[in-house]
Design a protein around this ligand. Sequence first.
Ligand code: ATP
Length: 744
Amino acid sequence: MNHRGGISLSQEQAEIVDSVIGPGSITVVSAGAGSGKTRTMVASVLHLVKEEKVNIDDFALITFTNKATDEMRERLESGVQDRIRDAEKAGDWEERSHWFEQKERIASTFIGTIHRFCAMLLQNFGYTELIPHETEIVMARHHFLTALKETLDEALDDPMTSILFISNHIHWAPHVMAEHVEKWYEYIRGRGRSIKVVVRETLNQKEGDEEQDYRNAVAHLLNKLDDKYQELKRELGGVDSNDLLHKCAALMTQYKDQISPLVASRFRYLFVDEFQDTDELQMNIIQTLSPKLKHVLVVGDRKQAIYGFRGADHSVLQKIADQNYTKPLSLSASRRPTAILHRAQEALFDEMGLRYDFLKEKLNQAEDAHMPKDNLIPFQYEHISVFKDREQPIFERVIQKIRDFLGQSIHDRHRGMRPVTYRDICILFRSNYQLSSYLSQFPSDIPVINDTSGQFFRKPEIIACYHMLQAILKYPDDVSLDLALGTPFLPFIAPNSIYRSDGTNQMLRDWFEDEEDCKDWLKGIAELRKRMKVDLVPQLLTYMYEFTRVREYYGKQGNSQAVANLEKLVMWSRGLMDAEAQTLQQFFDRFQLALLSGMEMDEADTGEDEAKPDAVRLSTVHSAKGLEYPIVIIPDVGRRLLPNDQLPTFYDRAGWGLDLILPGEHGRSSKFKEWEDEYRRDFFEEEARILYVAITRAEHVVCMIGHGSNKVNPSGSENWSWKDEILTAAPSLVKLGMHIAKVD
Ligand SMILES: Nc1ncnc2c1ncn2[C@@H]1O[C@H](COP(=O)(O)OP(=O)(O)OP(=O)(O)O)[C@@H](O)[C@H]1O
């Protein structure tokens, strides 16, 4: 074994570190899951800090999710801590003080997502640009809805667009039309395409068919919407996360010569993890910066590119290497799974490689692969023969599997034989929706954690807080009071008799005001309404937490995450106050917009990572990227991936523009089928990559549950599911001793 920065590495990993420290300004690493890309990146940082005596905050480290940011910070902190210990052992006080300084500097090291990196660049270097924070993103949403409403109101009488409103052709209710227009607009911008370009391409289509009028009308509509939206943002402020990257890229191009050296004076090294999910715009930002920096390291795996739907281009690793006249370096061994799990995974990927070229890249078994001495079967597929109403039986089977695992022993690579605990298990879902449905029915004796990021405004304590604020602001409105009752903020249930509908029902507020148990709460509400005139929002929220004793409620439940989230809401209100939300009502309006617009914000960091609660983790595959778990359960692998009725009815193709099917089959061009075929092919490839990511999160065991017929469907057909990928490989998996079984 070789050591770099005090971390033990394989020969090929060490060579990558040496390449980062050697001549040349960019190193591109393209290698499979669990081959040690992140470990090598961390080792490179520590090695440079040790050998070149650079400081840890000379690095900008870009990760893909906030969770991965935490993970990277933890790995660095523990690496630095180890160096301090080594120096102490060796009695090298100079070395020790160098590492001690680094420990302090970690706090000022940039570790974060590309969005945060761009925001930071704009903040520091984009003097006149607006820097979005949550308020502005919420405002942008508000402007968008205004622009959409105005556009649709005017479109009815505009000869360019009125064809879309002839009700016997297109029988969409106004709100349905609005939903579609919004989806189309987001789709185009989300893929990094400019609305103006799309409109131009569409109007240039020379099909000469009648349907062209419909496509042109949609193009005009989107054009108008775009004009209005941009204008509102310009006039009134507000930036969305798409603008952020565009602005950053524009700034970089326009002032490249001034900005790059400035950035380079702050950062000497730029390292990017999970680069395969970077889109063209983001890649250009990094490319523009790279010549001025001492070294750029990008690592990724094209087999794990799972953001195609958002415009990421899975060939970016090759592209950035080409642009810099270099070749991607590779890592050949898989280091996450146990020896036997690795063999099973490879058997499956071999079979999948017959359908998807990119899966032909193989990973060898590591020379020191872990060979556990437990009885856990590393690869399991269980098949339930239900055809309809599959959710419940699959859910029950998953719960049964958790209970079964818990009774068994696992041979841990570092700690030896030990019992399986809840925290060893992660259930991976394809969608947030599926995850929430599991979360809501989990049996109360199995502790569980939702490991998905960006869910702050969907947390029950935050929604309950919203209802409580509404009840206070609108007091004595009965409907608002009713919504807040029964939440931990107002933990009382009114008697059923209150809800009589014969006109004789007592007002809810009368009951509330008479009820002895509610006295303190009633006093609290009255006091808070008085204080609203003088106190600031953060103080009001804190006072509300006090008189409702909501923090004690969650504390008693051991739910420190909920307590931390409530504190984060106070912080958020503080941020809003700097902008405009000075009164509780204004704050409430912002809060409401954030909830309604599905705004994403991470939950509070509880700083409890050391003492991660012993609970089963639920996560989407997308949020689990870069992470690893001893046991991974993947439910519902028999779900059809792309039934025909879920094929898109709207496309935007570079060089062509829009194509779509409106009600009555209007709008479709002669090329529509071509787009569908392309879509189908890309879709199945992306699903294969998502399955690859899911399966490679496991260290010891992957367990999948499927349903339906146990015959393999024709490849790429509308019945095709992940289950078919597994059943195709079943003979090789069984030969390896894996468990492929039917359960009823
Ligand atoms: N040389 C090594 N010696 C011991 N363990 C290693 C070595 N290289 C990697 N590992 C371990 O293998 C696991 C996978 O490593 P890492 O997360 O760095 O891989 P990755 O390539 O970034 O994975 P992914 O593509 O899935 O994000 C980690 O637990 C890591 O500590």
